[in-house]
Structures are given as C-alpha cells and as structure tokens.
Ligand binder design. Sequence first.
Ligand code: PLP
Length: 402
Amino acid sequence: MPADPGPSADPHAPSACPADIRCPRCRDCAGPGSALPADRVAKADPAAAADPAALADPAAMLAGGAQVAELERAFATAHGAAHAVAVSNGTTALVAALRAHGIGAGDEVITTPLTFVATLNAILEAGAVARFADIADDLTIDPARLASLVTPRTRALLPVHLYGLPAAMAEIYEFAAARGLTVIEDAAQAHGARSGAVPVGSAGTAAFSLYGSKNITCGEGGIVTTADDDIAWRLQLLRNHGMRQPYDYVLPGYNYRLTDLQAAIATAQLARLPRINASRAANAARLSDGLAGLPGLVRPAVPPGRVHAWHQYVVQVTAAAPIDRDQLGKCLDAAGIDARPYYPALVHDYACYRDHPRVIIDATPRACRAVREVLALPVHPMLTSGDIDRIVSCVRTALTDR
Ligand SMILES: Cc1ncc(COP(=O)(O)O)c(C=O)c1O
C-alpha cells in the first residue's frame, strides 16, 4: 500500500501520480476522486477550458458589464462580423436570433434532421414550425433539397455547421435571396470555421455556443453575430427583457444575459482559438491518414474552399464494412477509447416530437442512413500522439481482423 500523502500534499505532484492515469490538470494523474479510468482516451477534455488567470479581475462579477463588451468586440473581430451579442447559451442564441428576425407563430423554418436537439427546440420555442431537408454527402443540409419544402409560410432557413464544417453557404444564401427568406446559421459547433474567405458568422446572422464541450467555452454561454445593425439592436433588447433604459421596456424579452465572469473566461479562450483549431485540424489529419483504405469506412471529407473547425471527427461505418457502427463503437470502448454515435437518432425521431403539431417530418432518406453510420472519434487538443496511434490501430484492427 502506498503511504497516504496527507491532506496538504499536491495530488498532481509527479510523485503522487499513478503512472498510467491522466487528468486534465497535470496530464499524468487522475488526482483523488477522478472519474477517469486508467489509460482511457476521453472523447472531450475539459482542461481546454482552464483559464484561471481570466478570473483575476475583481470586477468580473457583473452581468452585461465591461467583460461582456470586451468578449463581444473580440468575438466580432475574430469572426469578421459587424456585431456580436453575448447571451446565456447557444440555444438562447438561436431563439433570440429567430425572434430578432421576427420569426414566430405561423412561420415555417427549414433545417436539417441531423443536428443536436437545441436546433429544433429553438424553432419551437420561437413559436415557429420546423421542417427538415435531407443532407448532402458532407452530412450538412443539401441546398438541392430545399426547393420542394418551400411553402407560402416558409420564412427562414436554419443550416447547421455540423461538427464544425460550414454548410454550403454560398448556395444557401443564393437560394434564400431569390425567395426573400431569412438565413440563420447554427454555428454552435463552428467557431473559427470559414467558407472560402468568409468566416462563419460574418455574412448574416449566426448563433454560437460556448458550452463546455465546444472548441472554446465558458461552461455555459452563447453569442449571436450579425451583419445587420437593427438585428443587433433587437438582440440587445431581447436578451435583457426588452429593456432600453432602466424600466423602459420596448418589446417582450427574456433574461438571456451572460455574466462578466463567463465572458472573461470566454475572451481568454477566444485568444487561444487559432491554436485550438490548428491542433484539432492536425489531429484530424493524422486520424484521416491513419484510417485510409479501410473497407466500408468513410472518413470526413472537407469540400474545396471550406475550413473545418473539427469540433467533431465523425466517420461513417457503411454497409460495406465487416462490422457495423455499434460493433465498432464497442471495440473502441473495450480498448478504452470514447467514441459516440453523433447523433444516435434524427432530431425529430423521439416520441415527444413525432406527433408534435409544429414538427413536420419530411422524408430524408440520406439522413436516415447516415444516422445509423456516424461515429465520432476523439479529436480534441489534449490527445497525445500515442492516443491517436491507439485510436487508429483499434479501428484498423476492428475493420480488418475479421
Ligand atoms: C448544433 C447545435 N446547436 C445548438 C446547440 C445549443 O448550444 P447550448 O448547449 O450552448 O445551448 C448545440 C450545443 O451543443 C449544438 O451542438
């Protein structure tokens, strides 16, 4: 039995580290009470959020104060946007964006069925009706599938930059402009992504999340970027009860405020975004090299001109593979590697939405197939070279040793 180091000992000091367990702080040990089993490759690493220096400012205890203003300035600059308005999370960012554009009861919004549930919940919270277009090979919404869904009630398109890959925005904006539709980009997963020279969030109105799993985070938080001065003004009102001056309410709003404490952390994170995304891109490239040539395994492809933020690295295990997606997931799990179906079901494929009066379930055969094939592998910046070798070797063995 090792000697008890006593309460004052630093659990992260090298001598206290069980050699085969890693933790976010020292990367070498789990520390007392850690849930990380020995030698497991985690799907995400919260150490990416550790910016204690950002909390040194004693003024960082307010909501909507100087730190929020600084985050908004820095975020708008980093994303080439005219305005950025910080809110409490990515879901409220979407709701505020929809409402700021006047979308609500009776309006139809077309989105993708392969997304996180927040995309759908935001449409419903705004009072609108959700419809779904099928996806393209890159797993984002297919612009060619939009036309058949447009009705006189259609008001907005809500493409999702899934896994950090920008959707086909040039085609989507062109389609929307020709029909007078609003575009709201769900950029929750796509900080720092670009379509050609155009940063995600700069062209129209986009909603970002700062949740703990995202490329940059402050635990909970969100930001709406917009090119439109009036929309920015409405967003500022909506997030703070529609209040123009103390007790002067000009429209019914919400408390969607971000605190200065969170903003200070997010601003520090934002400064690291280029390095974080570069590290994710390098990990993705190594995974794609290592996973080349496997039967039935489709690696994520980046269409020309698009810059991926690599929030997730998602492979597709197709019918041509010797085992299916769930079996591969089990092999990885048994090898101590976290891999997840991302997402396990289409967003409307739950009992609570199936008979929902404002959810119209359109046929999306490609999305139906993809949702059975997608598997997200770890790609976060805390992965070591050895972790990537382990992931590659495990997938290769599972798909070839049959
Ligand atoms: C595609 C997508 N949209 C919206 C959201 C909502 O963001 P939040 O969790 O910050 O509310 C998320 C968060 O995971 C997301 O992945």
